[in-house]
Design a protein around this ligand. Sequence first.
Ligand code: 5MM
Length: 335
Amino acid sequence: MSELNHIALNILKKGKGILAADESTGTMTKRLDAVRIVSNPENRLLFREILFSSTSMSECIGGVILYDETIKQKTSKNISVPELISSMGSYPGIKVDTGAKNLAGSPEEKITEGLDGLRERLKEYYKLGAKFTKWRGVYSISKNFPSKLSIETNAHALARYASLVQENNMVPIVEPEVLMDGEHSAKDCLLKTSEVIKKCFDQLIFHKVDLKGVILKPNMILAGNKSQEKIPGEEVAKLTLDCLKNSVPSEIPGIAFLSGGQSEVEATENLHLINKFNDTNFIMSYSYGRALQQSALKFWAKDTKNIDGTQEIFNHRAKMNTLAAQGKWSKEIEN
Ligand code: 5MM
């Protein structure tokens, strides 16, 4: 087994998932503003250190995705953040894209940037302790979107990224996120997501990326958040499995879903149902940002001294998702 395959499998073993704590400063500031906490490097670290020292880190969280600021910070115990994460039995990872910008030629769509100087930044992150990385391409659905241009260019960037990451001995998480925003049906989401993922793998293969050392981070198949259509969780699971069976090569060791704006419990329940009906060999786990952190952040903001209470809430979400990743979650356990 290659080293990268080993790391990918370890991150997602036995229901473990990934904590996406890689909010860029702009996004983290929005999150902190919403709960009336001043967004500065100290407060951003304070909240994140509470999560990273929670007991569920060893049982449930196989990897944590960090942002550039965080991977370089020292904790209150004067060790680096990657050292803290490793000491909890989890793998430190890093977001290496520099964000989604307007796509020239189709400016209502986005292209993710960050390839310039990436090789050098990867070497630095590796030295800082990163074992895996993340790059997110974003696509929106409407009458004319995602365009061929956005599908091609984002797939190309994701493949160039993944290839450079493997060259530097880290596991690339490939995240093509088809956004939930819009009036589209679940069927549209299925068609567009399948097209996007297939194109990503065409490019990954073309760029000679070792698929056994890649984690795919896709969206689930959902109806748009402005659509009248409401589909039950069983249907979300079925459509999501149909999509992945038809678009993901069997070499991929694991799939870790993003939550994409679903509520915490909805993201857990859908993951549980996907695993309940999973008739593939893929590990199906989670790489959640909002769906792991929202309640903990709200609670912490009300009483920033209450570390135990904040960790209790985070531990519960992590445990629920780890049960869901094994198809063992239920509403009774949730409550
Ligand atoms: C943690 O959120 C990430 C946001 O990155 P930016 O600050 O650069 O926008 C995001 O990429 C995240 O990792 C995924 O979208 C998954 O997060 P959710 O909240 O959708 O589970």
